[in-house]
Write a protein that binds this ligand. Structure first.
Ligand SMILES: NC(=O)c1ccc[n+]([C@@H]2O[C@H](COP(=O)([O-])OP(=O)(O)OC[C@H]3O[C@@H](n4cnc5c(N)ncnc54)[C@H](OP(=O)(O)O)[C@@H]3O)[C@@H](O)[C@H]2O)c1
Length: 247
């Protein structure tokens, strides 16, 4: 699925009105659904790739960071000194969310596998919990924001973890969560739709080294299907699978 695309130095990306080079672009969610060497994207969904990051990094970063940015910056308006709990803090969205939250000056707690504990601490998660041993008791009413990137918490668990005026953010909608989020409440659904502001913010943060994706594997476009099959059969130890067009 094209979730993001980039142009090679020698390649070009058609943005609707002109060819752009060295850009990172993300189609709207409704337009995603294939692998390809070229992507037609709205100009507003494209940003120049910072020279300091690779095209593979730009590709791995875009969708997950747009989602995390829409959640923490656009929706929650997270501020210095606020506290946020992020489930799946070493996943694609979770890792971006941790880095964005730290950049904004928030205190971060989060869940991941027990084996990821040291990595999560190094990333800036101040309090790390193994999600297989998660007990809500120590986390009651402690957070301004709970961002459930793993889609594992119930609305009542969110309610228990949030401060009185806190906000919960969801990216994996279940029927119950959709209803909970549609009603006026502190629960909100978030999507990975790019905006010019978030694309510019992400490019700027990536250029300063504040937003770094994890890449588990790269594969050429010709091997995309087998790479996806392998991913589905075995999973990746960590990081994204990046499909690279012919160089
Ligand atoms: N709404 C949107 O627009 C939007 C945008 C992007 C993504 N998404 C969705 O959001 C989800 C996350 O995307 P992603 O790219 O971050 O996926 P990902 O890279 O696979 O990360 C998922 C993470 O969740 C962790 N996890 C699994 N079970 C957990 C549990 N019970 N509690 C806490 N963490 C748990 C995994 O850890 P282990 O690997 O150690 O088990 C992994 O690190 C996907 O379902 C994706 O489809 C939605």
């Amino acid at each position: 699925m094209i979730s993001q695309a980039w142009s090679k130095p020698s390649g070009r990306a058609w943005n609707g009105s002109r060819w752009a080079t060295k850009s990172s672009a993300s189609p709207s969610i409704s337009k995603a659904g294939a692998f390809a060497e070229f992507l037609v994207a709205d100009e507003k969904n494209a940003a120049l790739k910072p020279p300091s990051i690779s095209f593979e990094q730009a590709a791995a970063l875009t969708l997950v960071s747009v989602t995390a940015w829409n959640a923490l910056v656009a929706k929650a308006k997270l501020r210095v000194g606020q506290s946020v709990f992020i489930t799946g803090c070493l996943g694609g969205v979770g890792r971006s969310a941790v880095q964005i939250a730290r950049m904004l000056g928030a205190d971060v707690a989060g869940s991941c596998s027990a084996s990821g504990r040291e990595e999560a601490l190094a990333l800036g998660v101040g309090e790390v919990v193994d999600y297989r041993a998660f007990d809500i008791a120590p986390y009651r009413h402690r957070f301004d924001v709970v961002f459930d990137t793993a889609g594992t918490l119930s609305l009542s668990q969110f309610g228990a973890m949030l401060k009185r005026r806190g906000m919960s953010l969801h990216i994996i909608p279940t029927p119950a969560k959709m209803i909970g989020c549609l009603l006026p409440s502190r629960h909100h659904l978030v999507f990975g739709n790019p905006t010019p502001e978030c694309m510019a913010g992400i490019a700027e943060a990536a250029g300063r080294g504040k937003l770094v994706p994890a890449i588990g594997r790269t594969a050429p476009l010709s091997e995309a299907i087998s790479a996806i099959v392998e991913l589905e059969m075995t999973g990746l130890p960590k990081g994204k699978l990046v499909i690279v067009p012919k160089r």
